[in-house]
Design a protein around this ligand. Sequence first.
Ligand SMILES: Cc1cc2nc3c(=O)[nH]c(=O)nc-3n(C[C@H](O)[C@H](O)[C@H](O)COP(=O)(O)OP(=O)(O)OC[C@H]3O[C@@H](n4cnc5c(N)ncnc54)[C@H](O)[C@@H]3O)c2cc1C
Length: 247
Amino acid sequence: MKILVLIGNVPDTTTKIKFNADKTAFDASGVQWIINPWDELALTRAVELKEAHADKIESIVVANVGRAETEATLRKALAVGADEAIRIDADAKDAWYVASQLAKVAAGFDLILAGIEASDYNGSAVGGMLAEMLDMKSVSAVSGIELADGALKISREIDGGSQTLSMQTPLLAVVQKGIAKEPRIPAMRGIMMARKKPLNVVAAADAEEHTAFVGFELPAPKAACKMIAEDQAGELINLLHNEAKVL
Ligand SMILES: Cc1cc2nc3c(=O)[nH]c(=O)nc-3n(C[C@H](O)[C@H](O)[C@H](O)COP(=O)(O)OP(=O)(O)OC[C@H]3O[C@@H](n4cnc5c(N)ncnc54)[C@H](O)[C@@H]3O)c2cc1C
């Protein structure tokens, strides 16, 4: 079985968000980039499956649509345990464009793992679009994958419970929290090995862009915090009632 894990390159969650002067684009200067958290968990699960079923899983490949700056993120994915990386040399313009680029390298994989959303633009679109473009079965909101009896045992969280499915490959799974307990931290040996693993750069394919970004706004600043002494419960109720108007 060959596994492909899609890797989004996103700003670290502590990044202070800024936009360019006319507020039409994110200002990436000084930003620390990381593997999209859901993709880090997906990759961790793929590595765990390969360790548990070395006889069944041939390789794990990671792919990103991005420019050369994203290679540090792909090297980290190789250090975590992927065997090979592909960078499609294009700006990630919108979800359709990203999925179209990924479709050019995603044929021939038995299992494709996408994150449920990218933590920057939160589109929740690429995985489903890619499955359609590849005409591949897909399942969303996956929180567990096991190999069992020649099939994939898929767990999903549903309202008030969980669901278990048995699915055959080829399959695209859109994964969420719970797919792995903790993201795997690369060990020194993994970091050294990652330097020698293949990172192939593929030219961008022709693809349409369907989105024009009109403008971005930061949320309104939070109101100042009022501290109320612990023996002033009456004052707290008064403020909640008359000022915040939540009571
Ligand atoms: C309003 C807006 C403005 C944007 N402006 C810019 C911009 O100016 N410049 C720019 O570079 N990007 C920009 N983007 C980001 C770009 O559109 C996204 O990279 C793309 O749309 C995918 O993000 P998503 O939120 O749709 O991904 P989602 O559908 O939420 O991502 C789901 C999963 O798809 C996979 N995935 C997502 N992106 C990639 C990727 N690049 N490579 C590999 N796998 C991936 C990951 O597995 C991820 O977990 C913008 C996006 C939006 C919504």
